[in-house]
Design a protein around this ligand. Sequence first.
Ligand code: MN
Length: 232
Amino acid sequence: MRLLLFLFVLSITISIKSQEFSLPVLRFEYDQYEQGIDEKTMRIHHSKHHQGYVNKLNKAVRVEGLQNIPLIDLLLKASEMPGSVRNNSGGHYNHTLFWEVLTPTLSDVTPGKISVELSKQIENDFESFEVLRSELTNAAAKRFGSGWAWLVVMPDKTLKVTSTPNQDNPIMDVSEVRGIPILGIDVWEHAYYLRYQNKRGDYLSAIWSLLDWGLISEKYKDALKDPLLKRI
Ligand code: MN
C-alpha cells in the first residue's frame, strides 16, 4: 500500500516536472540570417538570452508553485504575477514568436507569400501594406528603452499595431492593446547592437527583409480560430 502511494506521488512529481519550458530549435543556422542579423548576434540572442529566460522561467514557476500553469495563463494574469514570472514568461513567449517569423532569403529557401485574406485585412485596417510597414517601424523606433513592436489580431478580428515595454506582450492583462500577436519585433539593444550599434532604424529596415509573410499569414488564420481570442 505504501509502495503504491509512493509510486502515485512519484508519478505526479514526474508529470509536473515534465512541464518544464525549453528553448525552441531555430529553423535555420545562426549564420543564415546574415542579410539582416549577424551570426554572433543570432547565436548569443538565442543560446544565451532566450535560454536565460527559459532557465529563469523554470526556476520562477518552481519557486512560486506555478509549475502546472500553462504559459498562456501566466501571460493572461501577468498583473498578478511576481516580476520574475511576468518578465521571463514574456521573454520566452516573445522570442519563440520572433524566431518563428524570421526566414532568410537563401538560394534554396524562399519566404512564403502573404495570403489573400491577410492582405485584404491589412488593406481594411491600414489602407495599404506600406502604411502597415511605416506604423510598425514607427512603433518600434519610438519604443523608449527596451521592448517590442507588434502586429496584433484583436478580439473583434481587426488588426492593430502596438508596442510594449520590457518583455510584456499584448496577451498580458497589463497591455493597453490586447489581442493575439502574429508578428513581434524585438527592439532590445541585444537584438541589434553588435552590427547596428545605436542605429535602431537600420536594424528595423534590415529585419523587414527577413519577415516570412507566408508564416505570418498562417498565424493570422490560426489566431482567428484561437479560443484565446475570446479570453483576452
Ligand atoms: Mn531579445
